[in-house]
Design a protein around this ligand. Sequence first.
Ligand SMILES: Nc1ncnc2c1ncn2[C@@H]1O[C@H](COP(=O)(O)OP(=O)(O)OP(=O)(O)O)[C@@H](O)[C@H]1O
Ligand SMILES: [Mg+2]
Length: 267
Amino acid sequence: MKIITVASCKGGCGKTTTALNLAACYGWEGHPVLLLDLDPQGHATLGTALDCRDDPGLYEVFARRMDLEDVVIPDVVAGIDLVPATRSLGQAEALLADWPREKELALRLGPLAGAYRYAVLDCPPSLGLLTTNALLAADLVLIPVEMSLFGLDSVERLLAHMARLEARYETAIPFRVLPTMVDRRTRLARAFLRELWARYPEQVLPVLVHHTVRLREATCRGLPIIDYDAESAAAHDYRQLARLLAAEPAPRAAEALPAHEPEAVPA
Ligand SMILES: Nc1ncnc2c1ncn2[C@@H]1O[C@H](COP(=O)(O)OP(=O)(O)OP(=O)(O)O)[C@@H](O)[C@H]1O
Ligand SMILES: [Mg+2]
């Protein structure tokens, strides 16, 4: 199982749209995919038009009351199983901080490794413990960046956070940068793209997601773009992204997992 974490501390840069559509592309190709909604806002869950706010979810998993597989909702979209963001996820940061645990998610994902070809993790727009867990579980971190100064700044902050984690756990966290919501007709967008390529020449992907209202329309219908409009530019962008990432670094071994974990969380 290859774990792709979609992360940025910048709100509204296209994380959820990217996570959903990337997962959908893999599902469409016939690969079993697990989509994890780690954002208490629950937008990825909302995007699948499910009503499961009161179900058990990741909080119960982190509290060691349930296994991850017990909170998976199968086949929410063709080929995609979902770990939804439920109401209790809002308490998860506090729960993880109590312990504190930064590799709980990596540990919980382990038993599902044989069941899925891909896991796609959608993060909240923050650098809290949910995001940290997703970063440390990742084989690859995908950073969507919208073309703005705040967008560029957020990449720096995320990378600084990742560098601290890499040093703390003596591990490497590979990442790729994905320009999103790009309107190439504007001079400003082209300038930001050039800046992005200059800063991260090795990591900026040779694909970008164009700005298009079709993605918003698809979300409103609870559909991934490949189901809503398979011939649209956005569907093309996400198919290309899925192909590129499929060839990215192979999954890491479980070498980074701690040998001993406490048995239960304090109530
Ligand atoms: N390429 C795009 N073109 C036009 N609109 C887009 C594009 N990508 C995403 N959007 C829209 O922008 C808004 C924010 O996108 P999204 O929810 O994916 O961002 P996010 O980073 O997950 O936000 P948050 O930080 O709140 O979780 C949504 O309304 C979405 O439909
Ligand atoms: Mg989101």
